[in-house]
Ligand binder design. Structure first.
Ligand code: FMN
Length: 355
């Protein structure tokens, strides 16, 4: 196995390991620790405003001189119409009653008080900060942003969950495609929010590698040397790994969340829209059951904003039944070692197995 570097020649490719961006879990320390292992760290920016993006980038640069990727959500934000306003009001009352039933004191925001951040303002921030690797999910960047970023030599990494999405990214001249199998933890990177494809990684990676000429990262279920080498055999040029790092020293998860992860059984892991309005893979709990039964799930990002306060209060009270604990289908021991150690161990084991 050939692991050249520096990551690896700034994603010319040769099998880089990429720390998956994981909003809410990834910290500047995790990004830096991935870099120390010779891997690519990814800083998740989700829906942070421009100032918060700059701050996160600065904090990361204080910890590492190594290159890292920044990661954006590039979805469309639905406007507020009468229907959404009414649905939001109904969902808010329902959620307040749910919180009361479980003795959680929450004050949920009115729809007009929500702050939404379009990725356009993030693009300005990351260009000002001269970020050289940009990954994104939930769709494709607009053509103007692609042209602007590429004219500055930025490497663009888009996410696909179907062959069709891979083809769209390839046609748009995206440099690298991250193929996300259905096994993956966290949100599905699918362009659409409804009727999402549910293709397993084995089928998807093999087919995408035949359909497009673009280099591929594979994401979904990699947790040891065998799974990594399987992805390689199916056409991956690099590997994006998330869930394996959830218990790591640099993970932002609280101890009670890490404890819950370590107790997870395969039947606990589901795809659900209940926390955010977009399908994401994580641990089923009381909130998931209640929310799905209510039939009152708002479109993303409104559901995400509505549940934020409930999740915050539940976190303060260490209540794993009301927080989103994302994880993929590959259950590991969720080592508490540093991200550097976890990645170095994976590289060592892969080298042994590949020989
Ligand atoms: C907790 C968590 C949060 C995630 N957040 C993001 C994110 O902010 N942006 C993104 O592109 N992918 C995100 N993902 C998906 C990862 O990029 C990746 O597809 C996934 O972790 C790979 O599967 P694995 O978890 O089995 O390794 C997240 C995954 C997890 C587990």
């Amino acid at each position: 196995m050939k692991w050249t570097n520096d990551i690896t020649r700034l994603l010319g490719i040769d099998f880089p390991i990429v720390q998956a961006p994981m909003f809410g879990v990834t910290t500047p320390a995790m990004v830096a620790a991935a870099g120390t292992a010779g891997c690519l760290g990814s800083l998740a920016l989700a829906d942070l405003d421009a100032e918060q993006c700059r701050d996160a980038i600065h904090k990361t640069r204080m910890l590492t001189q190594r290159p890292f990727a920044v990661n954006l959500f590039v979805h469309h934000i639905p406007g507020i119409d009468d229907r959404l306003r009414a649905d939001y009001a109904e969902a808010k009352v329902w959620m307040e009653q749910l919180a009361q039933r479980y003795n959680l004191a929450v004050e949920l925001p009115a729809i007009d008080d929500l702050a939404m951040h379009n990725y356009a303002e993030q693009i300005e921030a990351i260009m000002d900060e001269n970020c050289k690797i940009v990954s994104f999910t939930f769709g494709n960047l607009d053509p103007q942003s692609i042209a602007r970023l590429k004219s500055r030599g930025t490497v663009l990494i888009g996410t696909c969950t179907s062959v069709k999405e891979a083809e769209l990214l390839a046609q748009a001249d995206i440099d690298i495609i991250c193929v996300q199998g259905i096994e993956a933890g966290g949100h599905r990177g699918t362009f659409a929010t409804e009727d999402i494809p549910a293709i397993g990684g084995l089928s998807l990676l093999a087919q995408v590698s035949e359909a497009v000429k673009v280099p591929l990262l594979y994401a979904g279920g990699i947790y040891n040397a065998k799974t990594l080498l399987a992805a390689r055999a199916l056409g991956a040029n690099g590997f994006q790994i998330g869930s394996l790092l959830l218990g790591s020293a640099e993970s932002a998860l609280h101890d009670f969340e890490k404890d819950r992860l370590r107790r997870a059984k395969e039947s606990d892991i589901v795809l659900t829209k209940s926390f955010s309005g977009r399908f994401a893979r994580g641990i089923k709990n009381i909130f998931v059951d209640e929310s799905e039964a209510s039939g009152l799930i708002l479109p993303y990002p409104y559901q995400n904003k509505l549940t934020a306060e409930l999740r915050k209060v539940a976190r303060l009270n260490k209540l794993s039944e009301f927080v989103n604990i994302w994880m993929g289908q590959s259950i590991s021991e969720f080592s508490s070692d540093s991200t550097t150690t976890i990645f170095k161990r994976l590289i060592e084991q892969t080298e042994i197995l590949a020989d």
